[in-house]
Design a binder for this molecule. Structure first.
Ligand SMILES: NC(=O)c1ccc[n+]([C@@H]2O[C@H](COP(=O)([O-])OP(=O)(O)OC[C@H]3O[C@@H](n4cnc5c(N)ncnc54)[C@H](OP(=O)(O)O)[C@@H]3O)[C@@H](O)[C@H]2O)c1
Length: 264
């Protein structure tokens, strides 16, 4: 496959770049010649990723430790990139977690932090980083959503709806940005091999699912980058999930999901 390189000196900022899809985004964008800004909470992990990528691809890699559940984090990140003289041309809003159950977790604080991380921080990042892209006449934004945002399930009540918001936000931004050379895509992967399920204590569920439902991070990220380059506002990743998506949108799955829901 031919690799579309960054046309001139360009910079990509990736959130959730200490593990999983974020590391893969960093790798593939470094391969295309982007200077990188890696963001996550675990500074030591970011530094290990940065050392590996700059050694392998010969690009400059910056790290900024930030907790995107903090409502001020996107503003502080934007100002820190400015302070370092960095102009972000490619933004990947990828940080995320499985989150608490809306009904079972009795404390509101973790719920609010989860919604901040999954939705508000993404809108806040777009609010700061897209206008300079418009002014420069080039920008790429990938909001990492999920196939879980394409259909309602009995699965905690927060995660899928938060990902559906990213699809709606990306579609709306895509329309607003019209024919400018700033593209926004919501990337909707299905089950993908990363640290995500282990971190959420879902290893048993992961092991119970058949192999054909799982994709690797390389495929998901490659398809996401290709989709945003083509200006596709919604990118369903993986042949299986692209095939299932029209059924999910037509609500044909609804009776099956309802029948499988606990307590039915
Ligand atoms: N894996 C899947 O099956 C799958 C499917 C569909 C969509 N997705 C989505 O893909 C994205 C990446 O997930 P992944 O699968 O790569 O999971 P992962 O391996 O667990 O990585 C999650 C990343 O998000 C970062 N993160 C989590 N909370 C954060 C916070 N409060 N502030 C800043 N960074 C934070 C983590 O870094 P630190 O812990 O260092 O902060 C880590 O770098 C998520 O949005 C997820 O919802 C995953």
């Amino acid at each position: 496959m031919s690799i579309a390189t960054a046309p001139s000196h360009r910079t990509a900022l990736i959130t959730g770049a200490s593990a999983g899809l974020g590391v893969e985004f960093a790798d593939q964008l470094a391969e295309r010649g982007y200077e990188l800004v890696l963001v996550a909470r675990r500074q030591e992990k970011l530094e290990a990723v940065a050392a590996d990528l700059s050694a392998r691809h010969g690009v400059d890699v910056h790290t900024i430790a930030a907790d995107l559940a903090d409502p001020d984090a996107p503003r502080a990140l934007f100002e820190e990139t400015r302070r370092r003289g960095l102009h972000v041309d490619f933004l990947v809003n990828n940080a995320g977690s499985a989150g608490p159950s809306l009904l079972e977790e009795k404390d509101w604080a973790p719920q609010a932090a989860f919604l901040e991380l999954m939705m508000t921080s993404v809108a806040h990042m777009c609010h700061h980083f897209i206008p300079p892209m418009q002014a420069r006449g080039f920008g790429r934004v990938i909001n990492v959503s999920s196939f879980a945002g394409r259909l309602a399930r009995a699965a905690g009540a927060h995660y899928g709806p938060s990902k559906a918001y990213l699809v709606a936000l990306s579609e709306e931004l895509d329309l607003m940005l019209g024919k400018t050379n700033v593209h926004v895509s919501a990337l909707c992967p299905g089950f993908t091999h990363t640290d995500f399920h282990e971190t959420a204590g879902l290893t048993e569920m992961k092991n119970a699912l058949p192999g054909f439902m799982w994709y690797d991070a390389e495929t998901v990220v490659r398809e996401g980058i290709e989709a945003v380059e083509r200006g596709k506002p919604i990118a369903i990743s993986g042949r299986l999930y692209r095939w299932l998506d029209p059924f999910a949108q037509s609500k044909l799955f609804r009776p099956i999901i309802k029948a499988l829901a606990p307590g039915r």
